[in-house]
Unconditional design. Structure first.
Length: 237
């Protein structure tokens, strides 16, 4: 174990909350419980802020993949999210994504720099969506949801998500989450995926994902009651 890993691991262990470990560990069935320390995210983010002031420590830690603990992966993810250079961020992601093994680490990793480099990011998203690694695929979809559902939206983006066919629960759940969010932000452009599945050459969602997306949209306070009533009629029995 190198100095950086030991230093950061000891800092994480000092922040351990056993009740939180048991609670949060139960939410991640893909993660070995023995690798969960139990550190709440506000405390972990505070630690990351301290670590980020020590570039040599950061460099050594980020070069020590794979990590042993879930929280070490979260520290790594937070450091990537704070990267201020696009090319460096992509390089760090390329090294890190193959080691992601859960939805939580995947979903908290949102690089701020991407907001300024949407056109450059798209080819990488396309590569991630075609990966055999489920959390790399999920990450690509999450980036489309975070950065391309507002002013940068184009109709080809939901088609990219719908084109992904997988047996992986956490991939299909991400597809459902993406479309539920798209219904909130781009109703007119995506309602056809549910009202006319496969219409106009659009890739159709499988039954489970179709219904899960509707369920999640109906649960949203940002969907009107009229929209919710209509969505209920579109569930596949």
């Amino acid at each position: 174990m190198n100095y950086a890993v030991n230093e950061i691991r000891q800092s994480l262990l000092a922040l351990q909350d056993m009740k939180y470990r048991d609670f949060h560990g139960a939410l991640m069935p893909t993660v070995d419980r023995s690798t969960v320390i139990g550190v709440r995210m506000p405390a972990l983010r505070s630690l990351v802020k301290e670590i980020s002031r020590q570039p040599e420590l950061v460099r050594e830690f980020m070069g020590s993949l794979p990590h042993l603990y879930y929280e070490e992966n979260n520290v790594h993810g937070c450091l990537i999210a704070g990267c201020r250079d696009f090319e460096t961020c992509i390089k760090q992601l390329t090294d890190f994504l193959p080691y992601m093994d859960n939805w939580s680490t995947c979903d908290m990793l949102v690089p701020k720099i991407f907001a300024k480099h949407r056109s450059q990011l798209l080819p990488y998203i396309e590569t991630w969506l075609s990966s055999d690694h489920p959390y790399t695929v999920r990450f690509g979809m999450k980036m489309l949801m975070d950065f391309y559902l507002d002013d940068a939206f184009e109709a080809k983006y939901p088609a990219m998500v719908a084109s992904v066919k997988s047996e992986e629960y956490y991939v299909n759940m991400m597809i459902a989450w993406y479309f539920a969010t798209a219904l909130v932000k781009q109703w007119d452009s995506v309602i056809g995926y549910f009202a006319e599945p496969g219409g106009d050459g659009r890739p159709a969602l499988d039954k489970w994902t179709h219904n899960k997306a509707i369920q999640k949209a109906i649960e949203s306070y940002r969907i009107t009651e009229e929209q919710k009533a209509y969505l209920r009629t579109l569930k596949i029995k």
